[in-house]
Design a protein around this ligand. Structure first.
Ligand SMILES: NC(=O)c1ccc[n+]([C@@H]2O[C@H](COP(=O)([O-])OP(=O)(O)OC[C@H]3O[C@@H](n4cnc5c(N)ncnc54)[C@H](O)[C@@H]3O)[C@@H](O)[C@H]2O)c1
Length: 356
């Protein structure tokens, strides 16, 4: 058995670590001195020359450190067991999931199979290996339609979730909470992300969605580099500052640092069972405000078309992140301008993302 942690350092397994949030988190962990092992099947990542995902090659280039990479699916139990046999893993951050809301409506079995079965397989492999510290990538989507604003962690979950993707996040949370209740040795942190955007300030890694982007920021960025022709704004008749949808956007580097803060919490005395934190800025930004801010960042006026609301969209979703501040000592520090400038640097340097 190999234990490749330095003294005081941890061996952190990132499932889905070749993705957008995972690769940024890998940088923060490596810079802190942790060892990083990634399991990813590249269903949403681009492979480089030596079959290592390009994002991870760039993480190595930026940090001067090595990422141990295993190409494997969360659906392959034997491969997962082997990873736990090969490394003395201290803690797992579980990013691996399919994440397209629209696709999940069309392909529910694929989404439930990948996200739920993949999670069950991971938890089983962790149990077998005796690794019982876990951070999970959850989402504001578990809150369904907000019953009050800003949303805190005690807001009801599981009601009014309109798509299978959101259901998988809710169900995975339930599974993890049941596990932590059944076995008090488990320490679980559920991080409910609001809207991650931005990119590493180097411009070397960032968000690279396959096909037509789902979310606003990558759509704006692809329109700005003229990779995509049209920018649609879905609905301008919500009860918001300018009628367009308001969301709580958080810079991916801040989000990545939230994971580092959560890991430290898993070793603190007061950490028992399941802890839950929202990660956002607590500030609402409308679609038009985002387009305006991005136009300033890229120095171009971006044309957009107003069209009708999408089914299930709500006017405003904003978090309060006071609990993360109090218990993790974490606050989002990066501004809307940082989010736009960093996204633009990434997208303009890499108009086709990680693909050459
Ligand atoms: N980006 C967002 O807007 C957002 C918001 C809330 C929650 N989340 C959650 O955060 C996590 C990370 O999101 P992201 O934006 O980095 O997504 P991403 O698609 O960039 O990264 C996910 C990674 O998981 C891998 N993966 C998927 N299924 C796998 C499987 N069966 N086996 C191995 N690897 C697999 C993909 O190849 C990809 O590299 C996901 O769980 C997502 O649901 C994301």
């Amino acid at each position: 058995m190999v234990h490749d942690g330095q003294s005081g350092a941890r061996v952190v397994l990132l499932t889905g670590g070749a993705g957008f949030v995972g690769s940024h988190t890998a940088i923060e962990l490596l810079e802190r001195g942790d060892s990083v092992v990634v399991v990813d099947n590249c269903v949403n990542a681009v492979k480089g020359g030596d079959d290592k995902p390009v994002a991870l090659q760039r993480v190595e280039e930026l940090t001067g450190k090595t990422v141990k990479y295993h190409e494997a699916s969360m659906l392959d139990c034997e491969a997962l067991d082997n990873v736990f046999k090969q490394y003395k893993v201290d803690v797992v951050i579980h990013f691996a999931a399919l994440k397209s809301v629209g696709e999940s409506v069309d392909q529910p079995l694929r989404y439930y199979g990948n996200n739920i079965t993949g999670t069950l397989n991971l938890l089983q492999a962790m149990s077998t290996a005796g690794v019982k510290r876990l951070v999970f990538s959850s989402s504001a989507t578990v809150y369904g339609t907000p019953q009050y604003l800003p949303i805190d962690e005690s807001h009801p979950t599981g009601q009014g979730i309109t798509n299978p993707y959101g259901q998988t996040k809710f169900m995975c949370e339930q599974i993890m909470m049941d596990l932590a209740r059944a076995d008090p040795e488990w320490r679980v942190v559920l991080l409910r992300y609001f809207n991650p955007v931005g990119a590493h300030p180097s411009g070397r890694i960032g968000e690279d969605p396959r096909g037509i982007p789902n979310n606003l920021m990558p759509t704006i960025a692809q329109v700005a580099v003229e990779r995509r022709p049209n920018l649609y704004v879905y609905g301008n008749d919500f009860e918001t500052v300018d009628g367009t949808g308001v969301r709580d956007y958080v810079h991916v580097v801040d989000l990545a640092r939230g994971h580092v803060a959560a890991l430290s919490k898993l070793w603190s005395k007061e950490s028992t069972g399941t802890l839950i934190y929202n990660l956002g800025t607590g500030q609402g930004i409308s679609v038009l405000q985002m387009i305006e801010a991005f136009s300033r960042a890229c120095g171009k006026k971006l044309a957009y078309k107003i069209t009708s609301r999408r089914k299930g969209d709500v006017g405003t979703v904003v978090a309060t992140c006071e609990l993360a501040k109090k218990e993790l000592g974490w606050v989002a520090e990066r501004s809307l301008e940082d989010m736009c400038v960093d996204t633009w640097r990434w997208q303009s340097n890499n108009p086709n993302g990680f693909s050459i």
